[in-house]
Design a protein around this ligand. Sequence first.
Ligand code: ARG
Length: 442
Amino acid sequence: MEKFNASISYDKTMWKQDIKGSIAYTTALYKADLLSEDEHRTLLNGLQSIEKEWSNDSFIIQPADEDIHTANERRLKELVGDVGGKVHTGRSRNDQVATDMKLWLKDHIMNITPHLIQLIQVLVNRGEREQTILMPGYTHLQRAQPIRWSHWLLSHAWPIVSDLERLKSLYHRINTCPLGSGALAGNPFNIDRAALSQHLGFTHTTNNSLHAVSDRDFVAEYLFWSSLVSLHLSRLAEDLTLFSSREFGFVQLSDAYATGSSLMPQKKNPDSFELIRGKAGTLTGNLCGFLMVMKGLPSTYNKDLQEDKVKMFETASTLMGILQVAAGAVHTLKVDEKACLRALSEEMLATDIAYYLVKKGMPFRGAHGLAGEVTRLSEQLGVPFSNIPLQQLTKISSLFTEDVSTIWNFEHSVEQYKAKGGTALCSVNSQITDARTFIKNF
Ligand code: ARG
């Protein structure tokens, strides 16, 4: 049971936050006249010594240390004697653990934010350098319309921009301090909770002690947020896995982010992207697993809640890896401009035929039908659009004239999409400016 009950093996991750919480709580007790000046100083010195032990790796976990809270308190008593028992006055591990977790998650958010920004930067910088490369755009994985490679790159930056916005609002919701809620009923010693919250860097204080000790919405939200980020990167990874296959051949991974096969000497496998895709599954599993833990719990603290940290820590470190590998793999891959261009075929200009007729005054529905006829004709004749004689086109519509030759051109095609968000050069450039402005102001 002792082994089953213990969480020290993973919640020791929060040693720093646990000590920070105890230091602030000790000061709150002192201000509420529950500690003498001497006791206050003694406890703070003890807590600082424990902090040093953790940071220089000399803290020794004892077999009876159930979790990080009991371990630190046990050590405090060893260092300062009986007075160490005063630090827990009116406090419970229930408000303590909720506080530690929020402090930890806030620190983690600060650490992970630059990695999200870096990934956006990698995509934006490549997008800026490689604007002239054209490639097929797909829907249903079928060749649809020509696009700029930059436009594709940037399409994977914008979800991360939204992820950062979501993270910011999540940070705000985490910023409410539960310490001073006790086990469930509140704090009987009239400590100044607002000052305590402020001391710990929280902007708000929880309003209801029963809620405060059981609230794990911030964990659920973080796990959902991480799953969503990982799904965004899974999509990027899936595209690039396909693009790196011989059949597409658009990109080549750098050796650092690919592996060989132990059996087939010619293989270069996109393991980085496959693992990103796979780990996105693991993170989504963590979210679902956690929601199952929460389902059916009665009010206030229940030991089931100890499972929250397993998911939170695993997700956090996995996501960190995903972000770093994604940035490195995308930064170092090579794009094959010629292969991208070779994959473009004239049938992808069928929409452009319809637009050509629209620009000559025809309603789009009719133009779409006639463009379909041109497509069939090209198939019947076994020639690309540009080789269909003009007389044949004029039989389909008298609106076709000499200038139709201008549309048999992929560059011309992408340059039509000048409205905001499109694949024309000017729209791609303004995306780059907007993404950079976002980063600068974040
Ligand atoms: N290790 C526990 C957890 O992670 C700390 C809280 C324990 N509280 C209790 N009343 N047993 O949730």
